[in-house]
Design a protein around this ligand. Structure first.
Ligand code: NAI
Length: 339
């Protein structure tokens, strides 16, 4: 087909291939998928393609972008919202386009954050195993009533706002921090506060801001020391928001009472693959797993049918529209056609 974009998809799982190939727009691209992540050793696989379709743990630093550019790639089509793994300045100076899917079912991630919160609190994961084994003892399963608790939401963009809407149904007291407050949420009775107030007041703190220089390790020894004893921390955003060593210390001293993670600083070595018959070498991750009050999922917040369909649709549109010279501004982080 004329002008048919050749696309190399990295970190491709069976569900990605299915959602992309079943979409009607897929007939307009020539898609080759690779299960491996994109890194210095695998970048050569995208030789002679126009577009690299990448996911959260694919490496897109300056050196890799330069190699891709030399191989003929002109467009990095992220099939995710976050872009902390891309050197945006390097892409700009190389004249490469970078697009993303700004919001694919934010409710899916917000619902997962709530799932982590509720599971840690009411311990349904433990109750399930106990009851299956005929153990109906309730010791160790004591939870707290979420109603009227102070919940802090850090970052009230698409996902944070969706979580605020869910939690307002529980009758929680909602404290939010965002450099750009959302007036619609203020109408729901939400209180925007400083980050310091949010950290010191809240029983539960849920992170929904992007990872950048300002937010890197926002949960650290200092911020933890200002929090309530027994605080619950939920992170479905990016692992780098949390200093994992500081969090392990805070779990040991009972400062943190509950920790729910869908993301982890060093997740690129582990997540999205089956390591069940290997010895996991990441001792920090393994230490986290030893705490009875830590619940970790492997970056599945986005993983709903609706979100996968949306990701495929928007990514394919980004690829096709860019090739036709009519890219949607909201979805392009870098667009050489604009300059
Ligand atoms: P968004 O861009 O709609 O909202 C982010 C909000 O954070 C904005 O309102 C922004 O003003 C605010 N913000 C920026 N810097 C901040 C800071 N230092 N402190 C507090 N707030 C700050 O992004 P969206 O769609 O809500 O996604 C949030 C994050 O969730 C993404 O950056 C991504 O890392 C993560 N994510 C995780 C998924 C998963 O499967 N676990 C799936 C999709 C996104």
């Amino acid at each position: 087909m004329e002008n048919c974009q050749r696309v190399a998809m990295f970190s491709a799982q069976a569900y990605d291939i299915k959602s992309f190939s079943q979409h009607t727009l897929s007939s307009q691209v020539n898609l080759t998928s690779f299960e491996t992540t994109l890194n210095a050793n695998t970048a050569a696989l995208s030789q002679d393609t126009d577009v690299v379709c990448a996911f959260v743990n694919d490496q897109l630093d300056a050196a890799i972008l330069e190699q891709l550019k030399q191989q003929g790639v002109g467009h990095i089509a992220l099939r995710c919202a976050g872009y902390n793994n891309v050197d945006i300045d390097a892409a700009k100076s190389l004249g490469m386009a970078v697009s993303r899917v700004p919001a694919y079912s934010p409710e899916a991630v917000a619902e997962h954050a709530l799932t982590l919160m509720m599971t840690l609190n009411r311990k349904t994961h433990k109750a399930y195993n106990r009851v299956r084994e005929g153990n109906f003892n309730l010791n160790g399963l004591l939870g707290f009533t979420l109603h009227d608790k102070k919940i802090g939401v850090v970052g009230t963009g698409h996902i944070g706002a969706a979580l605020v809407r869910l939690l307002s149904g529980f009758g929680c007291q909602l404290y939010c921090y965002d450099p750009y407050p959302n007036p619609e949420l203020e109408n729901l009775g939400v209180q925007y506060t400083s980050l310091e107030t949010l950290f010191s007041e809240c029983h539960v703190i849920s992170l929904h801001c992007p990872l950048n220089e300002q937010s890197y390790h926002m949960i650290n020894q200092d911020s933890l020391s200002a929090m309530r004893d027994g605080v619950m921390i939920i992170n479905t955003s990016r692992g780098g928001l949390i200093d994992t060593g500081a969090v392990i210390n805070a779990l040991k001293t009972h400062k943190i009472g509950y920790l729910g993670l869908d993301v982890y600083e060093m997740e690129s070595e582990l997540f999205f693959r089956d390591h069940s018959s290997e010895i996991i070498q990441d001792d920090v991750f393994e230490r986290l797993q030893t705490f009875h009050n830590v619940l970790i999922t492997g970056h599945q917040g986005f993983f709903t049918v609706e979100a996968l369909t949306e990701i495929a649709e928007v990514t394919l549109q980004n690829i096709i529209h860019f090739a036709q010279g009519k890219a949607d501004k909201n979805r392009f982080l870098v667009n050489p056609m604009d300059s």
